[in-house]
Design a protein around this ligand. Structure first.
Ligand code: SF4
Length: 365
């Protein structure tokens, strides 16, 4: 928290309007799952075979200077040099969130050393049935929970990251939070799904109004022991209590194509350097207010969490609202309790969307 605070204050003092908070570093697109809502693994085979080298990863972080690095993918644990990448980032004192579906986590833990800079951010989309459905893999939840326990017992930092799609049952999500806190996780991350045009399942992405309604039901009347690893103002944004403009430069994406314009989700070209990304992207074309249909329903954390963090440090009101949200708010809301009782869409049958490699054996790096 102190690292982020001092970094953001330095940017403010320097008068920087567009600064990166988290580098979204995608060192590969390969994965050992084929989730219905994923827009990353539909690349042709020759692209899926490619990896960023550790040197390319280090150049990207040195260029942009963000204090935190999120490593999604693909599945980063399938990268043959992931341990080198993590080691180099730790040496640079970057806080790393290594996002993994955890299918390979248990067997790859030996590659890493526990560090305050390294957190495994395990992708879990809810309780067992919901998660296995979302990732199109029966048994995925049990493997991930087993790996989480192992990582915690060896002294690693572990959080979860959860993407919620239309039809998610708020009651079940709340029960999932209880389960995760019982495991002893450090915190939980949340985001609504984004409607990737490449994703096989186009029916279950949330519109903005439905997103707010769902998150109001989930996050109101909050239990004291729930810990979220997100800006509290971003959570209020998801609940419909605040509005923010998208600030996609806050979480820029670097992958095998270069710096992706404008954000983690859209691909309107690439820049060779971070400075080029900032100076050549027409930022006014993006965000909900822009009228760009690709942004119309978007509330994802990679577009809006940096906006919420920026709001904390932009005024005394923003700072006090963050303190209040962190220390005092349980968000009591009778209407939200009623929303919890609303009928939920039935869970769909579990289907395998694409032929991700069927056995873990085949997908080991
Ligand atoms: S609104 Fe969403 S899709 Fe549009 S630029 Fe922002 S993060 Fe990307």
């Amino acid at each position: 928290m102190w690292t982020v605070t001092s970094y953001v204050l330095r940017q403010k003092l320097a008068g920087r309007k567009q600064y990166p908070l988290v580098l979204m570093l995608e060192p590969l697109f390969r994965c050992n799952l084929a989730c219905a809502g994923c827009g990353k693994i539909q690349y042709p085979a020759h692209i899926l075979k490619k990896d960023l080298t550790p040197e390319e990863c280090f150049r990207a972080i040195d260029e942009c200077g963000a204090p935190m690095v999120s490593i999604p993918g693909g599945e980063p644990l399938m990268h043959p040099r992931i341990a080198e990448i993590v080691e180099g980032l730790v040496a640079r004192k970057k806080y790393i969130y290594l996002c993994t579906n955890a299918l390979l986590l248990k067997e790859k833990l030996n590659l890493f050393k526990p560090s305050k800079y390294l957190t495994f951010s395990v992708h879990l989309d809810g309780q067992q049935e919901e998660h296995d459905l979302a990732v199109c893999r029966e048994g995925g939840y049990d493997i991930a929970v087993d790996a989480i326990k192992e990582a915690l017992s060896r002294g690693f930092r572990v959080t979860t990251n959860t993407t919620l799609f239309d039809g998610a049952d708020p009651k079940s999500v709340r029960a999932f939070f209880d389960d995760m806190m019982e495991l002893g996780l450090e915190g939980m991350m949340l985001s609504p799904g984004y409607s990737y045009d490449k994703a096989p399942d186009q029916k279950h992405f949330l519109g903005r109004a439905r997103t707010r309604r769902m998150f109001r039901a989930i996050l109101s009347n909050r239990k004291k022991n729930w810990r979220f690893n997100l800006s509290p103002l971003f959570l209020e944004f998801l609940m419909g209590k605040r509005t923010y403009p998208c600030t996609p430069w806050g979480m820029p994406t670097y992958n095998i194509f270069g710096w992706q314009k404008p954000c983690y989700l859209l691909q309107d070209g690439y820049a060779e350097t971070f400075d080029e990304l900032l100076s050549t992207t027409n930022w006014s074309n993006y965000g909900t207010e822009s009228g760009n249909p690709a942004c119309a329903n978007c509330m994802v954390h990679s577009g809006y969490e940096a906006s919420a963090v920026n709001a904390t440090f932009s005024s005394l009101g923003g700072f006090l609202a963050t303190v209040k949200a962190t220390l005092f708010s349980s968000y009591r809301d009778e209407e939200a309790l009623r929303l919890l009782e609303e009928h939920q869409a039935p869970v769909n049958p579990l289907i395998q969307i694409a032929t991700a490699n069927d056995s873990l054996q085949e997908t080991r790096a």
